[in-house]
Design a protein around this ligand. Structure first.
Ligand code: NAD
Length: 474
């Protein structure tokens, strides 16, 4: 099995104590790679390297254009190595290879977009009526800790790393313990692209009282960007608050998906299947609560069940596979716990349930009472609850009846309704007649338990820089 180390100060290294862990392929349920297992000391070493690179190295000082060139070179190398990167995520967490390839393309684009965006938006001028001249500069914040989850490993890591680097920061990235490999390949490619040592460090390991905790507590860290569970976000937010370190928290979700009777039903069925069954439902943005207007409820449900049952389930390395296993045994156990409670809570499973190994098949639930766990908690698996509704006001009320607020989808051919309902929904992103489409200039983040802050375009600039005003008398 190939070994993947930490990337610290431009070199791939073992843990200080030599500890290693296996990465398990959830389809074969066998180890497929061996990885350095870091702890606090390894994370502290990575932070020290990032600190030195920030305080003394060329990266924050080389200017936007040179950073832009290096980041485009990294994006080129990612595309040249797309198959290895995609395979790493597929083997680490069971993502179908076609979806993993899509994620790699988006990951390379993250570097291109933020490199260009930073160069084009480096400052603003404010000529004043008094004759004074004011301008702003967006200087780098310093050392950034980027802590990532396992569901879109490379894509979410680059979503943090790319803007942080583009604005001149140095970074320590910690991938989730279940999905360590693509981050190491990224780190190797950054070295190959010519990034100075210490600019992009990758440290492996667990969170609580380990590598992850060190990345939040270390006083040399100037920004923490975290994506993961709401409970973890609360812990990290508390640690950051104590030492007044700005933190961006992208957390869990329980997305509502509303299908109005005037929707294009073919389109609504296609996207609704994507919204809950893409990546086996292990998507923070999953449309796991589906509300369908009563006039089309039966017809929609019949087509939705048929589409779910037609999904190609199987070996994630097979090009044709649309639906793979859950990412780990631990996660399979968690999702199984929800499946076990559905009927006792009054719900009915129309299709789905357990498959072989760590598979849970696309699962559609009806008749579950609104306060059942399956309706209120983030399952983070391929389980959707479907409810009928009668009026637009009722749909909005049901959709907003959650402590989360990451995103919502709505399907309608009525333009006024599309705008009206988008406005009324409590969510950081609303998709109308689609799902999962992103423009990197747009804000991304959540309301309530779904997070604090926004990233994307100028929103990432706000977070990853220390803006400064300069006022001159002329
Ligand atoms: P998690 O919170 O268990 O772990 C996320 C990361 O945090 C991992 O790298 C982990 O090692 C680290 N970590 C855990 N405890 C820590 C601590 N005390 N200090 C520092 N680091 C710590 O989440 P997960 O299970 O990997 O991911 C699934 C969750 O992520 C779901 O809730 C999902 O909705 C959410 N998510 C949100 C978004 C978004 O953009 N809002 C995107 C993807 C996933």
């Amino acid at each position: 099995m190939e070994f993947y180390g930490h990337i610290i100060d431009g070199v791939e290294v073992e843990s200080l104590d030599g500890a290693r862990m296996d990465s398990i392929d959830p389809y074969t349920r066998e180890p497929w790679a061996t990885v350095a297992l870091g702890g606090r000391a390894d994370a502290a070493r990575a932070v020290a390297a990032a600190r030195k690179a920030f305080d003394e190295g060329p990266w924050p000082r080389m200017g936007y254009e040179k950073r832009q060139t290096l980041m485009h070179r990294l994006a080129d190398l990612m595309l040249e190595n797309a198959e290895a990167l995609a395979l790493a995520d597929t083997r680490d967490m069971g993502k179908p290879i076609a979806q993993a390839r899509h994620d790699v393309a988006r990951s390379a684009w993250n570097f291109r977009f933020f490199a260009d965006h930073a160069r084009l938006t480096a400052g603003e001028n404010y000529p004043m009526d008094s004759g004074h001249h004011a301008y702003s500069r967006f200087g780098p914040a310093g050392v950034v800790s980027a802590i990532a989850p396992w569901n879109f490993p490379l894509m979410l890591e680059t979503w943090k790393v790319a803007p942080a680097l583009a604005w001149g920061n140095t970074v320590v990235l910690k991938p989730a313990e279940d999905t360590p490999v693509s981050a190491v390949i990224l780190g190797r490619l950054a070295i190959e692209a010519g990034f100075p040592p210490g600019v992009l460090n990758v440290v492996q390991g667990y969170g609580p009282d380990s590598a992850g905790a060190e990345l939040t507590e270390n006083v040399d860290v100037d920004r923490i960007t975290f994506t993961g569970e709401s409970g973890t976000g609360r812990i990290i937010g508390g640690v950051a608050a104590k030492r007044l370190c700005p933190v961006s928290l992208e957390l869990g979700g329980k997305g509502a998906n509303i299908v109005f009777a005037d929707a294009d039903l073919d389109n609504a069925v296609d996207w609704s299947v994507q919204a809950i069954f893409r990546n086996a439902g292990q998507v923070c943005l999953a449309g796991s609560r589906l509300y369908v207007q009563r006039e089309v409820y039966d017809e929609f449900l019949e087509r939705f069940v048929a589409a779910a049952e037609a999904m190609q389930i199987g070996d994630p390395q097979d090009d044709a596979t649309q639906f793979g296993p859950l990412a780990s045994e631990e996660h399979w156990t968690k999702v199984s716990g929800y499946l076990g409670g559905i009927e006792a809570d009054g719900g009915k499973v129309l299709t789905g349930g357990h498959g072989e190994g760590w598979f849970v098949r696309p699962t559609i639930v009806v008749d579950a009472p609104a306060d059942a766990r399956v309706c209120t908690e983030e399952i983070f698996g391929p389980v959707v609850v479907v409810h009928p509704f009668d009026t637009e006001a009722e749909a909005v009320r049901l959709a907003n009846d959650t402590r989360y607020g990451l995103n919502a989808m709505l399907f309608t051919e009525n333009l006024s309704r599309a705008h009206r309902v988008s406005e009324a929904l409590k969510a950081g992103t609303v998709w109308v007649n689609c799902f999962f489409i992103r423009d990197l200039r747009a804000p991304f983040g959540g309301v309530g338990d779904s997070g604090v802050g926004r990233e994307g375009g100028a929103f990432s600039r706000e977070f990853f820089t220390e803006p400064k005003a300069v006022v001159m008398q002329i």
